[in-house]
Design a protein. Structure first.
Length: 249
């Protein structure tokens, strides 16, 4: 995707309701737009989290606050639970299972501070398409799907490989090839899969956290951004070949 198109889409894409219209307008797959939207919201939350904490009171309504301030409801729930005195581990457990709040001691504690919080957390986890346990599980399954597609492609090409769990190294790519593969005139020795859209921020983040390490250990490789990528990221690290899902179909 060209940067000028990406910037236009990024500025217009603010909710799930925008995806259908923008997909028709730009001819971009809905799955790609969903990935871009998710990344945009996650970045917004990271940048503004401290400000959100100041804006939200422990007695706030999760759903009303989420709609009013445009904050994902599970993030609102986490902030309120923190202000009610719950620690990080307990908050994670409550988000996964709001019925933990039925404990008599906890119910008594919440009776005055935020009596409807359990029902609102249930509603929040049902509607939050990024931070809810269901959304996180869907993201994990998308990652598995992408890896299985790449695995099937390698097997069709009769290219032998070792999977990440089989490699005795702390940081390893998803596929380490037993013999090199030539793609776009470059020999590659490994493949890393990402079930997301590859923009500059995502690419630089993973370049520092993963790809440079793989390059030092194994040589040049391929990064797969399944839901497409910005053309400009190809020039950031010349030892990497960048492909999207269409390459494997």
């Amino acid at each position: 995707m060209r940067e000028i198109i990406y910037n236009e889409i990024y500025s217009k894409l603010n909710s799930l309701e925008d995806i259908e219209r923008i997909s028709l307008e730009y001819g971009v797959e809905k799955s790609t737009l969903f990935s871009i939207l998710s990344q945009k919201i996650v970045r917004k939350v990271k940048i503004n989290y401290e400000r959100y904490e100041k804006m939200i009171d422990k007695s706030s309504s999760i759903i009303e606050t989420s709609e009013k301030l445009g904050i994902p409801p599970v993030i609102v729930a986490r902030i309120i639970l923190k202000k009610l005195g719950f620690g990080k581990k307990r908050i994670r457990k409550i988000i996964k299972n709001p019925f933990l709040l039925d404990n008599e001691e906890i119910k008594e504690k919440l009776a005055l501070a935020n009596p409807r919080i359990k029902e609102e957390i249930i509603a929040a986890t049902a509607t939050d398409f990024i931070f809810s346990p269901i959304a996180q599980e869907k993201h994990r399954k998308r990652g598995q799907y992408v890896e299985e597609k790449v695995k099937a492609w390698l097997e069709r090409k009769k290219i032998s490989f070792i999977r990440e769990p089989e490699i005795d190294n702390e940081k390893t790519p998803d596929f380490l090839l037993n013999s090199s593969l030539t793609v776009n005139g470059r020999e590659i020795f490994w493949i890393e899969c990402k079930a997301l859209f590859g923009d500059v921020n995502e690419h630089r983040y993973y370049l520092e956290r993963q790809y440079r390490h793989y390059l030092r250990l194994f040589g040049s490789g391929m990064v797969v951004y399944w839901y497409s990528f910005l053309e400009d990221i190809k020039d950031i690290e010349p030892k990497l070949v960048i492909k999207d899902g269409s390459f494997f179909r």
